[in-house]
Design a protein around this ligand. Sequence first.
Ligand SMILES: [Zn+2]
Length: 278
Amino acid sequence: MSISKRGDKEARRQHRIQSKMAALGIPDFETPTACAERQQIMVARFGRRGAQPETVEGLGDCSADTCGMFECRDGCHYAARRLRHNLVPLAAEFFSKHKGPLWFVTIVHPEWSWPSTQPFDPERIREAHQWLAARLERLNIQGLLAMGAWEFVLIEEDDGSRVWAGHMHIIVAGASHAALTRALAIRTPKTVAAYIKPVVIKNVGNRGRQIGYCIMRFGERRIPYEGRNGRVNQNHLPLRTPEQHYFDQTLCSLNIGARVFWFEPRPRTIQKIAIYAV
Ligand SMILES: [Zn+2]
């Protein structure tokens, strides 16, 4: 096959992926071109600021179709895109067949935060996954299904203190609102700012879009402020260069799929990416 024909075929395949994601409620799904730009910027930053060789290895050879290394990293923009366009349709199908009810749950556990200067410890992800799996198991509901991911953002307080806040976004099917509220209850210590609600349980709007949101790459800085109505809101800002470097390095130290949480009886493999049921 000539290079141009192969290129045409690949272009058609990518077009089909964008259409499929749009049909699932994600019309703004990241394109290979956007991934290329982000990957280039990230790799150049690693070059300037320095990174562990195993973090960077192969990243320059990744593409929309295949990666420079067999099992790429969570920080690779292409690998993350492939994971999303494989996992979102699959999860959407699972949830559409489930009798429900469906909930979109955000968990910001105070114990999942760490000071911004501290090196990242991958155990944090395992601990969060295990905590959540244990709470869901306690519900003892046959056919309970949950899917989502662990992620982290930078929280910047008035006094300048900064912490990385680990949290989970998941879709849960098969438990009532009341049962979930009880199962996921977290007692917050007095040191935790009063505005932080550790667990928020909401209705699911567009299923595909919300599943996509759960496993999105979302590095940002949040600055809490008091709104006119007295309620505390958060400003969402981009990370600064050293913070972005920390964020990207952390994701590139993880295998692709390492942040995904799938509460279901058996592990599955999606396009050579092992997703472990917890
Ligand atoms: Zn890659």
